[in-house]
Design a protein around this ligand. Structure first.
Ligand SMILES: *Cc1c(COP(=O)(O)O)cnc(C)c1O
Length: 351
């Protein structure tokens, strides 16, 4: 399949025909040039740090990411959060009312929401009891209009990552795009699928600065894919989709690798501590294995335990309405002090 994969067979016809908007900054790119006078974009000329439009290609951020992830800059697309990146994927590859995608509940809710917004059918194939993709069932749902399969690994809200074997089978058997959402990869010991980009032309990976990198507020999502996929996405993205303040903050943070690593280490350590304590809480019926910065637990009565924690000033996520997650709660790992309070609240509820 490697040899006959052609991205053009997947791109929507209107996107193929599209002539992208050309911004002032696209037409004269070299805007770091100090001695140029810029009278091309109707900006206010008085300097205040953000009076100029941002770099539409975010080259400085991409250069750092490319270096850290060992890819080329033209294998990267940045968006206003992963949510924008995922939306661009729908708009590039899925013809409304015609195409379909496959998602694997229980998983991140945005895939289904974006499918609905874009009038794309969402074919759901439940994960197995141990939260792994049911590959045969997934492949049985594929038809000629199936454009993308969304894999979230480590998965939200279950916390586990998907077996290499199932991911590889899907990459090799499915002729559309396999999107792996790695929002939580930095909390896992597993290697990112980014290293397999050259091997699988239908592989797309999304990551985000919202979780391990501690920058949910700036909204920066990242897509890693083949240069062919990235150039399709570049055609349809809004010209200035990542603002100047975001680019600056992202750069500062990315250059501070030690700080990020120490925060991740602390979160993982707290996660392991919390896992141990949960074993002894009498209303916790099951603790699911996790490679993320949260823990999914099954309790005796999720609604009751959720309300009880709210009354004690702690907000967690009640996932009981999700398939396979009856009476399940999702606990995000906080600071050591926050986790101590959570543990006290759980212990005092046992009585
Ligand atoms: C939190 C999360 C994201 C992050 O989305 P952003 O828009 O980048 O903040 C993406 N995917 C999953 C599965 C998540 O849980």
């Amino acid at each position: 399949m490697k040899n006959n994969f052609d991205i053009n067979n997947l791109v929507r016809e209107n996107v193929k025909q599209l002539k992208p908007y050309s911004s002032a900054r696209d037409e004269f790119e070299d805007f770091d040039t100090a001695d140029m006078i810029f009278l091309d974009a109707n900006e206010n000329p008085f300097e205040n740090g953000v009076n100029r439009y941002p770099d539409p290609q975010q080259n400085n951020v991409k250069t750092v990411l490319a270096q850290q992830k060992n890819v080329n800059s033209n294998q990267i697309l940045l968006g206003n959060g992963s949510d924008e990146v995922l939306d661009l994927l729908f708009r590039a590859f899925c013809e409304p009312k015609e195409d379909n995608v496959i998602t694997l509940p229980p998983t991140y809710g945005m895939y289904g929401v974006l499918a609905n917004i874009n009038a794309v059918e969402n074919r759901e194939v439940l994960l197995s009891e141990d939260f792994q993709p049911q590959v045969e069932k997934i492949l049985a749902k594929v038809d000629e209009n199936t454009k993308m399969i969304f894999l979230c690994s480590p998965n939200n809200p279950t916390g586990n990552s998907f077996s290499d074997e199932s991911v590889v089978t899907l990459l090799e058997s499915f002729k559309g795009l396999v999107v792996i959402d790695e929002a939580y990869i930095d909390f896992s010991e597993k290697e990112s699928w980014i290293s397999k980009l050259d091997e699988y032309p239908n592989l797309i990976i999304t990551q985000t600065l919202s979780k391990a990198y501690g920058l949910a507020g700036i909204r920066l999502g990242i897509c890693y894919a083949s240069t062919a996929v990235i150039s399709v996405l570049n055609k349809i993205k809004p010209p200035y989709n990542v603002n100047e303040l975001t680019q600056k903050r992202a750069l500062d943070r990315l250059e501070n690798k030690e700080k990020i690593k120490s925060e991740i280490d602390s979160i993982v350590k707290q996660r392991e501590e919390l896992l141990k304590v949960l074993l002894d809480i009498n209303f916790v019926k099951k603790i699911y294995p996790t490679e993320a910065n949260f823990i999914l637990i099954k309790v005796d009565d999720a609604n009751k335990r959720y309300d009880d924690l709210i009354n004690k000033g702690i907000v967690i996520r009640n996932r009981t309405t999700q398939p396979l997650c009856e009476n399940c709660l999702r606990l995000t790992i906080g600071t050591e002090a926050e986790n101590k309070k959570l543990i006290e609240a759980l212990q005092s509820s046992e009585l």
